[in-house]
Design a binder for this molecule. Sequence first.
Ligand SMILES: [Zn+2]
Length: 216
Amino acid sequence: MNPALSPHAALIVVDVQPDFMPGGALACHEGDAIVPGLDALLRARRFRHVVATQDWHPHGHVSFVDAHPGRAPFEQITLYGQPQTLWPAHCVQGTPGAALHPDIDWSALDAVIRKGSDSAVDSYSGFRENHGPHGVRPSTGLAGWLRERGVDEVFVCGLARDVCVLWTAQDAADLGFRANVLWDLSRPVTPAGDAATRATLQAQGIGIVDSTVFAG
Ligand SMILES: [Zn+2]
């Protein structure tokens, strides 16, 4: 049986928002290339449970380079004892760049997890924020939402493959879900890191699959 047809499998669509598309505030490499395939997958209703994450920052968010005078975009600093990349300002709450991508039919979507709303803490993963000032990673509630619906396996796609998709898949595995990344329906900030991303996923037992496994 096609695993994606299981009532216990969920699709997690990470941060498919205009600011992460080419020409956007924080463009992923070929980010727009996933839009038609993702739209088709959602329209095919292959998953009983579909959740999207939406990066959703207030103005002046701690992850924005503008909040750190003298720093350059993509520079790494230490924040709360952890590495923090300084990003160009992106996905500001209520702006068009922060919307769920308008060229996708989202009607199959069951829930949206907004993340990065705390001005002092970044959030790459859909499951847990990055480390905050108290040394913990606060939950977004997504794991409980999935478990209460009987989900034990997740397929993660979206943007960016080397950041928020990676962290979401890693957290899913850490939290006890069988985790997979839909490689063809994700794109990285920088493709130079793809080999490392693949190795990291494989080392953690996370499946790497293409959306073609859901065809037919
Ligand atoms: Zn962000």
